[in-house]
Ligand binder design. Sequence first.
Ligand SMILES: [Zn+2]
Length: 216
Amino acid sequence: MSDADNCAIRKRPEDEGQKRYQPDGKGGLLANCRQCGRYGLIGEAAIAASYSWPAEIRGPLSCATHQVSEFGQTLRITAYNAAELAEQHANARASENIDKLLAETARQSGRPGGWAKFDPDTDFTLIDCYSRTEFDQYIAWISDAGLVSKRLVMSGQGPVGDPIYERAFQMSLTMDGWSRGQPLPRPGGLPGRCFRRHVIRPVHGWCIPRRHKTGH
Ligand SMILES: [Zn+2]
């Protein structure tokens, strides 16, 4: 049912020229990828369509699926909605992406003093970035602005006692970061809830599937 190497969105180089998308028995694909999270292709037509998605769809679609997956939901991609789902993550303003990164750090941290962990190779899609390079830029901005503290995590020691660090790093919001990054309740919906009829709707920078709307 699930195959980490079977991502229809990333189309990894090793998948080039190989038809590796395996139907899950229900005419679709349930994928689980470090960059895209958990998502589903619904129907054989969606699988067929995925082969011809251009890069302009793959980048933002990976953001859409990962951000929904992070909240424990599975985005359903059909043959017809991929472009619409992608479009909502295609034109984020830098300030919106900064707010989204701070909100994600707040969510993972839980409380002041807590730490959030990010793998720069796969977590750039937690905000609307298409590459690690873009993500690194946002990290540098919020770090330089004093909104977060950043630290590396030692995973061991080398032959001469030199520290070896994990690829993933940790961030903790400063007081200024919490002031800007903490999600607040909104009239008509709680943080993490959607109250519009759209399939995906950003709420405080969080994108939530429509089935979690709290009203119309
Ligand atoms: Zn993927």
